[in-house]
Ligand binder design. Structure first.
Ligand code: IPM
Ligand code: MG
Length: 359
């Protein structure tokens, strides 16, 4: 059966890194029996440019029938002055909400050869393998009401709402416990229950769901402490589960432990197993078009796609091994470069992965 992948390159470095991921998909199709149809659509600023909206109807229609979605990144300086609802980031939030992609998996795995590229000492990060499970369609990102307003004294004020329903906490907790069951069976739920009511409910519901998973050791940590522990002793973590905002922040921190934010892929899944796959880094407009961005997070996002949505675990393993191999061969983009290694550009890194796949 031919599966349909919708490709949304987006903005900035999105186009360049997705181009490298497509090289990988091509070689899997030509040499290793992957049967996929690729469709293309716009999202973010690129969609605003052609359709006046960051998540236009044409893209929604294609997304609705895809088996999986590959996304680059959204955002750019030229869109910053647009009304908030037309900005590229809103397109990303809209597709996550539209497809109900509530379960966001962000694996922070340190490739051995990159221990020296981490900002932490090699022994602190060697062997690091954390899965951050971020709730992606609720919390303060989507809570209503939200606005910037002006009071009667003429002073502006702004507010957002952090809100979670029990059902939303339950389903993300189930996702996280199930993942923990396939790993080291340790789950740390991150909240701010010493201050926030929403975290109090979060903790209560996670504990309740935990009763279904007696084999998983459940712990709780306040988000400030979790941020500190991530840079102090990150290997204490197996799976972390947290809300949308905390997950956004902690996953960037976890990414740096692995050497570079250019190394972290992600999967965003809904209850039916449909997934959108994207690197966790942004569109990096400052380096766009220069052939310097690291395409590995996007290439590893393809691996996650094969694993979680398309049921091609062997091909996913193949990509992961090819990435390990090019790193072992010394290929480095600028973000992970160390003395003695071979510095390459975006396209050359993609080519190296393709060569490793074919070897
Ligand atoms: C991420 C990004 C997005 C987010 C932005 C681009 C809206 O930072 O995927 O982590 O905050 O979710
Ligand atoms: Mg982020």
């Amino acid at each position: 059966m031919t599966q349909k992948i919708l490709v949304l390159s987006g903005d900035g470095i999105g186009k360049e890194i997705v181009a490298e991921a497509l090289k990988v998909i091509e070689v899997l199709s030509s040499d290793f029996g992957l049967a996929v149809d690729l469709e293309y659509a716009e999202i973010g600023g690129a969609a605003y440019d052609v359709a006046g909206h960051p998540y236009p109807e044409a893209t929604q229609k294609k997304a609705a029938t895809a088996d999986a979605i590959l996304l680059g990144a959204v955002g750019g300086y030229e869109y910053e002055a647009l009304p908030r609802e037309l900005r590229p980031e809103r397109g990303l939030l809209a597709i996550r909400a539209d497809l109900d992609l509530f379960s966001n998996l962000r694996p922070a795995i340190l490739n051995e050869t990159l221990a020296g590229a981490s900002s932490l000492r090699a022994e602190v990060v060697a062997g690091l393998d954390i899965m951050i499970v971020r709730e992606l369609t609720g919390g303060i990102y989507f809570g209503q009401p939200r606005a910037i307003e002006t009071n009667e004294k003429g002073e502006r004020f702004a507010y957002n709402t952090m809100i979670y329903k029990e059902s939303e906490i339950e389903r993300i907790a189930h996702s996280a416990f199930k993942i923990a069951m396939q790993r080291d069976k340790r789950l740390c739920s991150v909240d701010k229950a010493n201050v926030l009511e929403v975290s109090e409910l979060w903790r209560e519901v996670v504990i309740r769901v935990g009763a279904d998973y007696p084999d998983v050791e459940l712990t709780h940590m306040y988000v400030d402490n979790a941020a500190m522990q991530l840079v102090k002793a990150p290997k204490q973590f197996d799976v972390m589960v947290t809300g949308n905002l905390f997950g956004d922040i902690l996953s960037d921190a976890a990414a740096m432990l692995t050497g570079s934010i250019g190394m972290l892929p992600s999967a965003s899944l809904n209850a039916k197993g449909l997934g959108m796959y994207e690197p966790i880094h942004g569109s990096a407009p400052d380096i766009a078009g220069q052939n310097v961005a690291n395409p590995l997070a996007t290439i590893m996002s393809v691996s996650m796609m094969l694993r979680y949505s398309l049921d091609h675990v062997a091909l996913a393993d193949k990509i992961d091994r090819a990435v390990e191999k090019v790193l072992a061969q010394g290929y480095r983009t600028a973000d992970i470069f160390e003395a003695g290694m071979k510095q390459v550009g975006t396209a050359e890194m993609g080519d190296a992965v393709v060569a490793a796949l074919k070897a």
